[in-house]
Design a protein around this ligand. Structure first.
Ligand code: NAD
Length: 332
């Protein structure tokens, strides 16, 4: 099938090309993101493949429909960037990659926790500068601390198991609790989770219900010196409220792999540019904030898994099979 891939970097092409040897799809790669103005590039392609910061809104989908696109293949688990209702109305099918490597994201959340706690990001620069002092590098034992997990789907469950393995007590909030996890984890309401957790990690999708789930009110309910980790979606966190929490030293640590205005920043080399986004630049000034550029998924295993599932989704569509990973209007 002819597929137009948007927002592709060298690493996307490497993994897709390797896996496509077994599929033989006809792929056109575009560096540019999918926007209303770039959607015309999809002309004569039956499928369009996009990533997390592409825009599949009403206007874009209408242009894609005019180009003859029938399938939108997401290289991601999240689908908050797609107007599912509009796609349904236009008859464009959507498929996603529901689980490629939950370990990749869960382990990245752990990496952020350990870095912020043991301050290895500060120690690394200090030692390279000939500074072997331990001043202000004190951490805390993770063992015995309470970790609050918001969203116990595929990734949240792996993360909960990792933290249990480290010796933490794990509490969780999810409107649909996992029966198996209930044996090891205490489910509770969000206010209780906020007030009991030493570390809070977000693993729920971005929906209208979860937008700004971390807002000023939530920050006020948290413990002093709490650690907040967001590897899920930027829009879950009201960044302004968290900046206030950091300034007032209510939030002791903030690790973010996703940011609510990441579209024009993340995945790009802006080292020679003047960054216009004042919130991200403010966050960059805190020594107790760790920012990574939406890289939690980025392992060899996950890249191979994403490529395999994406190309299989497209093949299933091509062969008229039922789409196992279809995102439908009811998932909205
Ligand atoms: P999943 O669908 O398996 O799990 C999501 C869980 O969130 C479900 O159990 C669901 O019941 C729960 N949930 C729904 N609404 C909720 C709410 N209001 N409060 C709390 N929980 C709620 O998804 P997953 O594979 O575990 O992925 C979770 C999220 O991680 C994705 O939606 C995506 O945004 C993010 N993600 C990030 C990266 C990255 O590289 N940073 C990579 C993959 C996924």
């Amino acid at each position: 099938m002819k597929i137009a891939f948007f927002s592709t970097k060298s690493y996307d092409r490497t993994y897709m090309n390797q896996v496509n040897e077994a599929f033989g799809h006809d792929i056109s790669y575009f560096d540019t993101g999918l926007r209303p103005s770039t959607a015309v590039l999809a002309q004569d392609h039956t499928a369009v493949c996009i990533f997390v910061n592409d825009q599949a809104d009403t206007e874009t989908l209408e242009v894609l429909k005019d180009q003859g696109v029938e399938l939108l293949a997401l290289r991601s688990a999240g689908f908050n960037h797609v107007d599912i209702g509009k796609a349904d109305e236009l008859g464009i099918k959507i498929a996603r990659v529901p689980a490629y490597s939950p370990y990749a994201v869960a382990e990245h959340a752990l990496a952020m926790i350990l870095t912020l706690n043991r301050k290895t990001h500060l120690a690394y620069s200090r030692v390279r500068d000939g500074n072997f002092s331990l001043e202000r590098l004190t951490g805390f034992d993770l063992r015995g601390k309470t970790v609050g997990v918001i969203g116990t789907g595929v990734i949240g469950r792996v993360f909960a198991q990792i933290m249990l393995g480290v010796g933490c007590k794990v509490v969780a909030y999810d409107p649909y609790p996992n029966e198996e996890l209930k044996q090891q984890v205490e489910y509770m309401g969000l206010p209780e989770l906020f007030s009991q957790s030493d570390i809070i990690s977000l693993h729920c999708p971005l929906t209208k219900d979860t937008h700004y789930i971390i807002n000023e009110e939530a920050v006020n309910q948290m413990k002093e010196d709490v650690m907040l980790i967001n590897t899920s979606r930027g829009g879950l966190v009201d960044t302004k409220a968290v900046i206030q929490g950091l300034k007032h030293q209510k939030i002791g640590y903030f690790g973010l792999d996703v940011y609510e205005q990441e579209e024009n920043i993340f995945f790009e080399d802006l080292s020679g540019a003047i960054i216009q986004d004042d919130m991200i630049t403010r966050l960059m000034t805190f020594p107790n904030v760790l920012i990574t550029s939406h890289q939690a998924f980025f392992t060899q295993e996950a890249m191979t898994g994403i490529a395999k599932t994406t190309l299989q989704n497209i093949r299933d569509f091509e062969e008229g099979k039922e789409l196992a990973n279809e995102v439908s209007y009811s998932d909205k």
